[in-house]
Design a binder for this molecule. Structure first.
Ligand SMILES: Cc1ncc(COP(=O)(O)O)c(C=O)c1O
Length: 386
């Protein structure tokens, strides 16, 4: 019986072009991936600043392994904390000008642990409909009343704030830079509404951390609302090039999370060497203005290239959705890029809404101007000329 259940579920996925299989790449250097002995230009990683292969970070990790071994051997509150964990948290708080920070094993763990810690029965969560899955899962786990407003629709958000005025605590939860659409949340308006209606603001800044805003401090800096966000989550696996995540806020908020966030308490601590590598990455992020400028210039140049092709991009950032619609058609388009030596992954439901299958094209500091030209030319034939 169970076999029937699994095979018919898999057949249904196949029928709808929604089956997923991890592709095993023999190598990746941040700019290309190698598959079956051939190299493909990589245009779908989250390695925006190209730090995943940074030698300074790799050296810090190796020194960390030499000093601390590999595993942490326990959860953070039992035996798993070493100096690099504390130093990493202090460095993140310093960089983001926050009172305190706490690290997590991943962004998924952070959101699914933090949201149920800060919201529960009697509370209300108002969330952007296009939030990342980890936020949505955290909201569902929390047992708070959960409302979703249409993407970036602050008028709809305000109606929900009025409707939920009797809730004990209210949280507005949003991505900072939307992971699948590449546009920025209107945090200035959101913070104003939160202040007007007595709600708190939670921003998942996974994709803006390290890149956008002054010195890469992220969406709050970009929107001029630093100091007005109650809780910010960021990940270390994207622009920082490493692994893990963090939350920053007031010291009382962080101390509360250390005591209440179940994914912090009941999970093995990040390997100390990984914390050492992440610490080096945060130090680099705090002092890499030129790399960031070069990258953002290349993002602008790529946007101009799209305009020249007559492609109306819905994002001006380094996450550019090439929306196709159907899942099968998105797979076919990804395949057409692959045949031209370019890897851009098709993203299908449930990662995006039904009918919104797309290629999620991303830019990285590792790509050369020639790489980007090759991709623009392929977009001209595969997408614009469709
Ligand atoms: C907005 C957002 N939050 C959280 C995550 C999860 O982070 P991690 O990959 O560290 O689990 C992602 C990952 O893609 C994301 O895009």
């Amino acid at each position: 019986m169970t076999d029937d259940f699994f095979s018919s579920a898999l057949e249904e996925l196949e029928r709808r072009s929604l089956t997923r299989r991890p592709r095993v790449f023999e190598a990746c250097d941040g700019r290309t991936v190698t598959f079956g002995g051939a190299k493909y230009l990589l245009f779908c990683s989250n390695d925006y600043l190209g730090l995943s292969h940074d030698e300074r970070i790799a050296a810090a990790v190796m020194e960390g392994v030499a000093k601390y071994g590999f595993g942490s051997g326990g959860s953070r509150l039992i035996s798993g904390t070493r100096p690099p964990h504390a130093e990493l948290e202090a460095a993140i708080a310093r960089y983001l000008r926050a009172e305190a920070a706490v690290s997590f094993g991943s962004g998924y763990c952070a959101n699914t642990g933090i949201i149920p810690a800060v919201a529960g029965r009697g509370d209300a969560i108002l969330a952007d409909r296009l939030n990342h899955a980890s936020l949505t899962d955290g909201c569902r786990l929390s047992q708070a009343d959960f409302f979703r407003y249409p993407h970036a629709d602050t008028a709809a958000l305000e109606k929900l704030l009025v409707k939920t005025s009797s809730a004990r605590n209210r949280w507005i939860i949003t991505d900072g830079l939307f992971s699948m659409d590449g546009d920025a949340a209107p945090l200035d308006v959101i913070c104003g509404l939160a202040e007007k209606h007595g709600a708190r603001v939670y921003v998942d800044d996974a994709h803006a951390f390290g890149v956008l805003g002054e010195n890469g401090r992220g969406s709050a800096s970009l929107c001029g609302v630093e100091g007005r966000i109650d809780l910010t989550v960021g990940t270390l696996g994207k622009a920082a090039g490493g692994t893990g995540a963090f939350a920053v806020g007031k010291k009382s908020v962080v101390d509360y999370l250390v005591n209440k966030a179940r994914s912090f308490i009941f999970s093995t601590a990040m390997p100390p060497a990984a914390a050492e590598g992440n610490l080096k990455a945060v130090e680099i992020l705090a002092d890499c203005g030129e790399r960031r400028r070069e990258f953002l210039d290349s993002v602008r140049a790529f946007g101009d290239g799209l305009k020249r092709l007559g492609f109306a991009a819905s994002s001006e950032s380094y996450i550019i959705p090439l929306v196709i619609g159907g899942a099968a058609e998105a797979l076919a388009a990804a395949n057409a890029f692959w045949e031209k030596g370019i890897f851009i992954q098709a993203v299908r439901p449930p990662a995006v809404p039904e009918g919104g299958a797309r290629l999620r094209l991303t830019l990285s500091h590792r790509q050369s101007p020639q790489d980007r030209e090759a991709v623009l030319s392929a977009i001209g034939t595969i997408i614009v000329g469709r």
